[in-house]
Design a protein around this ligand. Structure first.
Ligand SMILES: Cc1cc2nc3c(=O)[nH]c(=O)nc-3n(C[C@H](O)[C@H](O)[C@H](O)COP(=O)(O)OP(=O)(O)OC[C@H]3O[C@@H](n4cnc5c(N)ncnc54)[C@H](O)[C@@H]3O)c2cc1C
Length: 165
C-alpha cells in the first residue's frame, strides 16, 4: 500500500485479511492519517511500515507486478521489495474537467454548493465526491443526490425559478 493518509492506513489494515504481509510505504517521515489510525496500525504485526521512501519503479513479469523499487529519502539508498500487488492511495482529485471554471470551485477544484445542492450557476446542481464538503462517503453522496434531484425538479417545474424553497 502506497500512501500515508487515512485511506492508505485503513486499506492496509483491511488488506491483512487477505495478504500474508503488507508493506505500507510513505514518502514523508510521518503519516498524515489520524492519530487514532496510527495507534490502530500498531496492532497489525503483518504490516511493515516503510517511511521516507519514494517509489522509483514498479516492475512486473509481463503478467503482474512483482517488484517495487524504492528510494530511501534519508540515506539515498535504493531498496527493492518483492510484492504480489500494489495499491496506491495518494490523494484525490475531483473529476470536474467538464465543468472546470464554469461554476464556483474551491482552490482544490471541488464545486461549491449551498444546502439545496445549487451551484453558483442557477439550474446547475452538484452532489457527491465532486463537491466541497467534510465527509466523502456513500451515505452523504446519496443524500446529496436526492436533494439535488429534488431541487432540479422544483427548478424545472417552477414557473418562477426564484421560488425554490
Ligand atoms: C478506496 C476508497 C474506499 C472507500 N470506502 C468507502 C467506504 O467504506 N464507505 C463509504 O461510504 N464510502 C467509501 N468511499 C467513498 C465513496 O466511494 C464515495 O464517496 C462515493 O462513491 C461518491 O459517490 P459519487 O456518486 O459522488 O461518485 P462515484 O461513486 O465516483 O460515481 C461517479 C460516477 O460518474 C461516472 N462519471 C465520471 N465522469 C463522468 C462523465 N463525464 N460522464 C458520465 N459519467 C461520468 C463515473 O464513472 C462513476 O460511475 C471510498 C472511496 C475510495 C476511493
Amino acid at each position: 500500500m502506497i500512501g500515508g493518509g487515512n485511506s492508505a492506513l485503513e486499506e492496509a489494515m483491511y488488506l491483512t485479511r487477505y495478504a500474508e504481509h503488507c508493506f505500507l510505504i510513505h514518502r514523508r517521515d510521518n503519516f498524515r492519517a489520524s492519530l487514532y489510525l496510527q495507534e490502530e496500525l500498531k496492532k497489525y504485526p503483518a504490516i511493515t511500515t516503510l517511511l521516507s521512501r519514494t517509489v522509483r519503479k514498479i516492475e512486473g513479469d509481463g503478467n503482474r507486478v512483482n517488484v517495487l523499487v524504492l528510494e530511501n529519502k534519508n540515506t539515498g539508498k535504493i531498496e527493492t521489495i518483492d510484492v504480489d500487488g500494489i495499491f496506491i492511495s495518494v490523494g484525490q482529485k475531483p473529476n470536474v474537467e467538464f465543468i472546470d471554471g464554469k461554476v464556483e470551485q474551491n482552490p482544490a477544484g471541488y464545486i461549491i454548493t449551498d444546502y439545496k445542492m445549487q451551484t453558483s450557476v442557477k439550474g446547475i446542481f452538484a452532489c457527491g465526491d465532486v463537491i466541497r464538503k467534510s465527509l466523502y462517503q456513500v451515505v452523504t453522496a446519496c443524500s446529496e443526490g436526492a436533494i439535488a434531484a429534488y431541487s432540479a425538479e422544483i427548478y424545472l417545474s417552477s414557473k418562477d425559478s426564484s421560488d425554490i424553497i
